[in-house]
Design a protein around this ligand. Structure first.
Ligand code: HGY
Ligand code: MN
Ligand code: MN
Ligand code: MN
Length: 417
């Protein structure tokens, strides 16, 4: 087999990332590119242009997952995938997700420049809506590929304007009759690698350029509303209050206590979104709606924490005489990387004399869902100061290029298996 002659180009990676970053609905602070908003659609179209410029054949499924194929010599063999997402949280950085899509494009550019035709087809994938930003549920595209998101789910998921995912898809011309064709059968994809920024500070603290992800922690998310009694902040004695906000605070602190007490080192719990009604300085809140986000690399310890929290919900309700409405959004299982792909990644690092660290991902990724139907692994590149989901998110283009060198080497070996 012909050899790869060139190293990944940090300049080409920069060019695409910076152009993609211009598709931004709130340039005043960071990057905002929410699913199926005009800027995200423009961003999709731009990436499809880059895919076409590489001579890839581009197709989309009924939920908007984009697949760009570099055909292999033996189309009967299951393809190899690499990819990530281009949608963002609000006022985000410009690397979370995008680095993995661009690394996939650069890997294909290197393969084509070397005149190599792989045996297995390589597909660069843009997964629809990894972030829960618009519809409140994460990994919509990869979840649908895993057969865990049906058309009925898409007809139920609503955005803040009350539009369903199904309506938005139909308005954009996606054929909902093909929704049932989205799921990928086990065995239909030979393996999938996702390059992603670490979004933490482990690699930076170790001074290492590459992380190889052993396990992807998985989220369990709830939407909780507490109904208490809205009343006057001055004339309501403390013992007569049913303060919805204080009930929320107690639950948030109990979540913190349970997460800290967990036997798993990767258990984390967050209350990130709180809406207080009527949110007035001299009114005791009668209604608070808030989010609960729990992550762990171990499903058993996560489930134990959830059970402990549910007991606490009941206790707060009784003691404070408030009413809790708890909606569980998802309860995802952690995904372990495929040892064989991890082995290939390690061999690539050793061959290129690039030091690496095997680690757990605290963040979830599309690979968490892809791992339900295909062997997966992830490559991490360092995040400056561990910052992510923040305009100050930063990763050196040179580090993405180094990660791409590992990616392309491993993809090629997988295509020849
Ligand atoms: O929240 C997450 O873990 C992912 O980065 N959206
Ligand atoms: Mn993210
Ligand atoms: Mn991401
Ligand atoms: Mn992700």
């Amino acid at each position: 087999m012909k050899l790869l002659t060139e190293q990944a180009s940090a300049d080409n990676i920069a060019r695409i990332l910076e152009k993609l970053d211009t598709f931004n609905s709130d340039p005043s602070r960071g990057t905002t590119r929410v699913l199926f908003t005009p800027v995200e659609i423009a961003g999709r179209n731009y990436i499809k242009e880059e895919m076409a410029a590489l001579g890839l054949t581009v197709r989309e499924d009924a939920i908007g997952n984009i697949f760009a194929a570099l055909p292999g010599t033996d189309p009967s063999l299951a393809p190899v995938w690499t990819g990530s997402h281009i949608d963002t949280v609000l006022q985000a950085g410009m690397y979370d997700g995008m680095a993995g899509v661009v690394a996939g494009l650069e890997a294909v550019r290197l393969i084509r420049a070397a005149g190599i035709t792989p045996k297995r087809t390589i597909e660069v994938v843009v997964y629809t809506s990894e972030e829960p930003t618009r519809f409140g549920l994460n990994c919509l595209g990869s979840r649908a590929l895993a057969g865990a998101l049906t058309l009925e789910d898409a007809e139920r998921l609503k955005d803040e304007e009350g539009r369903t995912l199904a309506e938005v898809l139909a308005d954009l011309g996606y054929d909902l009759a093909r929704f049932k064709d989205i799921p990928i059968a086990r065995g239909a994809v030979h393996g999938a690698i996702e390059l992603h920024i670490e979004q933490g500070a482990v690699l930076e603290s170790l001074g290492l350029p590459i992380g190889l992800v052993k396990t992807i922690s998985a989220p369990t998310n709830f939407e909780v509303s507490v109904r208490g009694k809205q009343s006057h902040a001055g004339s309501t004695p403390m013992h007569l209050r049913h303060d919805a906000f204080l009930a929320c605070c107690e639950i948030a602190l109990e979540l913190e206590r349970l997460a800290k007490a967990s036997t798993s080192p990767d258990t984390v719990g967050t209350v990130g979104k709180v809406e207080v009604v009527p949110n007035a300085s001299n009114v005791i809140s009668g209604l608070v709606q808030f989010s609960i986000d729990i992550r762990d690399s171990d499903y058993e310890t996560k489930s134990k924490l959830v059970a402990g929290l549910q007991t606490f919900f009941r206790e707060v309700e009784a003691r404070r005489k408030v009413e809790l409405d708890i909606r569980q959004i998802n309860d995802d299982k952690p995904t372990h990387s495929d040892p064989a792909i991890l082995g290939l990644l390690e061999e690539a690092c050793i061959k290129k004399d690039i030091p690496y660290h095997k680690m757990v991902s605290g963040a979830f990724h599309d690979s968490m869902m892809v791992g339900r139907f295909a062997p997966i692994a992830m490559i991490f590149v360092p995040s400056k100061d561990g910052i992510s989901h923040n305009p100050d998110e930063f990763t050196e283009y040179g580090d993405i290029a180094k990660g791409t060198d590992i990616l392309v080497e491993t993809l090629l070996r997988m295509t020849m298996e």
